[in-house]
Design a protein around this ligand. Structure first.
Ligand code: SF4
Ligand code: SF4
Length: 352
C-alpha cells in the first residue's frame, strides 16, 4: 500500500515510545477494551502500515476510523503526538488503497452537491451589517435559532453580516481523509465567503477553520459574548445545569473558563461532571464516527448523558451543535430527564 500521507507523519510516529499514557482516557478504549481500540494501538497500526509490516484490511480500516478526534490522547501524551492528525493521514492512505465507506461517499456527495451536510437547499438569513458571521451547516439548518442568535449579537452591540448561500467549512472531507477534495472545497468556501476575520457560531467550524485555513482568522462567538456580557442587561435564569465541554472547545481551543463565567453571569447554578474541562469525556459525535459507526457514537453519548442524569440537574448545556444533537438523542433513548440546550440559547433567554 502507498503511504504518501502517513509518510508526512513519519517523525511523529517515530517519537511515540509506546508508553501507553494515551490509552486510558480514550473513549474508544473505554468502550471496547482492546489495545487496538485505544490511542496507542491506533498509532501502532498506523506505524505498521507506514513501515509495510502490516497489510491494510477491513479490520485495520475499521479501527482507524473508530476515533472521535476527542484529543484526550494529545493531552495525555508527554511527546504531544497528534494522533487525530495521524488518523487523518492513515484514512487518506486507506482511501487511496480502496478502503472506502458508502456512508462517507453519501455524506460528502451531499456537501459537494448542496454545499451542506444535509444535502438540502438551505438559505442563510442574509443581513447587512459590519461583522461577518459564519453560521455553519448545523445552525444554517436551525434557521429560527440562528436568527435568534443574530438578534442576541445585535443586542450585544455586534451588527452581523450573513450571506444567504454560505457553504460547509469542509470539515467532513478533512476528518474522513479526503484531502484532495478538501483542497478543492476550501477554494470554493473562500470564494463564497471572502472574509479573512469573522465570527463563527459553530464550535466545529471555528476549530476546523483555525487549523485548516491558516490564512483566515475565525473568532469563536463565545469569545465575543464573554467580552460583552458583563455590560449587558441580563435576566437571571435560575436553572441548575451541568456543562459538557466539547473537545474542540476545551482541548482544541483551550477554552475552559469563558463558558463557565457566562453560565455564572446568567444566574444558573453549575454542577460539574466528574470529568470536565480538559478532562472532558467524549459525546461520540466527532471524527466522522457519527457516520462511520453510529452504534458506537450512540453508546458514547448515552454514557455521557447518564452521567448528567446522576448529577441532579435539570439542564445540560454545551456549545457544539453536534454534541448537542448527539446528547439530546441520547437523553431520549435512555429516558434521562435532562434538557439538553446550547449555551447560545441560554444567552438568548437572558439577553432578549
Ligand atoms: S502517550 Fe504518546 S508516546 Fe505514549 S504511546 Fe501514546 S502516543 Fe505514544
Ligand atoms: S482522539 Fe480520542 S478517540 Fe481518538 S485515539 Fe485519541 S483519545 Fe482515542
Amino acid at each position: 500500500m502507498l503511504t504518501d500521507y502517513l509518510n508526512e507523519w513519519k517523525d511523529e510516529l517515530n517519537i511515540c515510545i509506546r508508553c501507553g499514557y494515551c490509552f486510558e482516557g480514550c473513549p474508544i478504549f473505554k468502550d471496547g477494551g482492546w489495545e487496538l481500540d485505544g490511542a496507542r494501538g491506533k498509532v501502532i497500526l498506523a506505524y505498521g502500515l507506514l513501515s509495510g509490516e502490516l497489510e491494510p484490511t477491513e479490520y485495520v480500516a475499521e479501527k482507524l476510523y473508530q476515533c472521535t478526534y476527542c484529543k484526550d490522547c494529545i493531552e495525555k501524551c508527554s511527546a504531544n503526538v497528534s494522533i487525530p492528525d495521524i488518523m487523518t493521514a492513515a484514512r487518506a492512505d486507506l482511501r487511496e488503497a480502496g478502503f472506502t465507506y458508502d456512508s462517507h461517499a453519501d455524506l460528502l456527495s451531499k456537501v459537494t452537491e448542496s454545499g451542506n451536510i444535509f444535502g438540502k437547499e438551505l438559505k442563510g438569513p442574509a443581513t447587512e451589517g459590519e461583522v461577518p458571521v459564519l453560521l455553519g451547516c448545523r445552525f444554517l439548518e436551525r434557521r429560527d435559532d440562528a436568527e435568534r442568535y443574530l438578534e442576541m449579537l445585535r443586542k450585544l452591540g455586534i451588527e452581523p453580516v450573513v450571506i444567504e448561500d454560505e457553504i460547509c467549512c469542509g470539515m467532513p472531507f478533512g476528518v474522513l481523509g479526503y484531502k484532495e477534495e478538501l483542497a478543492e472545497h476550501k477554494k470554493k468556501f473562500k470564494e463564497r465567503f471572502p472574509h479573512q476575520r469573522f465570527i463563527c457560531l459553530c464550535t466545529t467550524c471555528a476549530f476546523f477553520i483555525s487549523k485548516s485555513y491558516p490564512e483566515l482568522e475565525p473568532v469563536y462567538v463565545i469569545d465575543e459574548i464573554h467580552k460583552r456580557l458583563p455590560d449587558a442587561d441580563l435576566t437571571e435564569l435560575g436553572i441548575k445545569t451541568t456543562y459538557h465541554d466539547p473537545c474542540n472547545v476545551s482541548r482544541g481551543m483551550d477554552m475552559v473558563d469563558e463558558p463557565r463565567d457566562i453560565i455564572d453571569w446568567l444566574g444558573a447554578e453549575l454542577v460539574e461532571f466528574p470529568k470536565n474541562a480538559k478532562e472532558t469525556e467524549c459525546c461520540g459525535g466527532g471524527g466522522g464516527v457519527l457516520v462511520t459507526d453510529k452504534p458506537l457514537s450512540t453508546r458514547l453519548a448515552e454514557k455521557r448523558i447518564r452521567q448528567a442524569g446522576e448529577l441532579g440537574v435539570d439542564h445540560l448545556v454545551t456549545l457544539c451543535p453536534t454534541c448537542e444533537l448527539n446528547l439530546r438523542n441520547a437523553a431520549d433513548s435512555t429516558g434521562t430527564d435532562v434538557e439538553v440546550r446550547n449555551l447560545l440559547d441560554l444567552v438568548c433567554d437572558s439577553v432578549l
